[in-house]
Design a protein around this ligand. Structure first.
Ligand SMILES: [Zn+2]
Length: 282
């Protein structure tokens, strides 16, 4: 099983990406949750253009990527799971869950720290919410994420197959949870016991500070519940809520590729979490 997954890694990942993309795209066309404010063509050309650029950039900078780092760490015996020779049936789920926690923590930090929020704004400035929002990140944030992933893998020492599994789940979930779709309420509730759903993550894309600083989870919903950042629904409902960031609402700046690349270097930052503390003079 392990060698099969490793041998066909690229094929499996590409196949699942295309399959899930097609499924979500069809679902969004047939039963959209909200009307789009910018045309789908403009969104797709620019958001997917950024994705293509980031994919190339990562290929050039880190050709072996996270999976390569996992293989190297295993070879060197680096990381907790390698050091204690934890068996695969335990190491795989532990590694996937631990990597999900680290990425949750990273997400909280990019909201809390002003300079990092500048980068992460590119993801949040999207005026709409659809499956292409899920991969819309500034290239510097993409590089930073990869370096954090490398460090996590060196400390954790996950089996290679766990990293492949995590990357596949992450890509699939990114498209699913950013879907402009609606699950039946009962199914949404049951899925949320364990996983992040489109309605749960949409709250995080609200213009309201308190809502945007909620529901940081990528795959598992437990981290937000455990650490007190869970928000059930947006105040104004999923159709009434406003998606994006206040003050950054010109399509020229937040929908077109040149604007997206320049966005981290523009404007003052006010609404980051760490500055929303209360104090009194005197
Ligand atoms: Zn965010």
């Amino acid at each position: 099983m392990e060698s099969f997954v490793q041998a066909y890694e690229i094929t499996i990942r590409l196949g699942l990406f295309v399959g899930i993309f097609a499924l979500m795209a069809a679902w969004e066309v047939l039963a959209p949750r909200r009307a789009l404010s910018v045309s789908k063509t403009v969104r797709w050309v620019n958001n997917l253009g950024l994705v293509a650029f980031n994919t190339l950039l990562l290929r050039v900078l880190f050709p072996a990527a996270a999976v390569g780092m996992a293989a190297f760490s295993t070879e060197q015996g680096w990381g907790l799971l390698n050091h204690y020779a934890v068996s695969a049936w335990l190491a795989i789920p532990v590694a996937v869950i631990a990597m999900d926690f680290v990425i949750w923590l990273q997400h909280v930090m990019v909201h809390a720290i002003p300079a990092l929020w500048r980068l992460h704004r590119v993801h949040h400035a999207d005026l709409d919410y659809d499956l292409t929002s899920g991969a819309r990140f500034h290239p510097i944030e993409i590089i930073l994420s990869m370096l954090i992933k490398f460090a996590t893998i060196m400390v954790l020492g996950p089996p290679v197959v766990a990293v492949i599994l995590f990357e596949v789940i992450l890509t699939g979930m990114a498209m699913f949870k950013h879907g402009n779709v609606r699950l039946p309420p009962g199914l949404d509730r049951v899925l949320r016991w364990l996983f992040v759903t489109p309605d749960m993550h949409r709250v995080h894309h609200s213009v309201e500070d308190d809502e945007a600083n909620s529901n940081f989870g990528f795959n598992l919903s437990c981290w937000d519940r455990l650490f007190g950042t869970y928000r059930d629904q947006p105040r104004d409902g999923h159709r009434g809520m406003t998606i994006g960031i206040r003050g950054y609402r010109q399509p020229h700046d937040v929908s077109w590729l040149p604007g997206l690349l320049a966005l981290p270097f523009r404007g003052r930052i006010t609404g980051y979490a760490i500055n929303r503390r209360q104090w009194t003079d005197g």
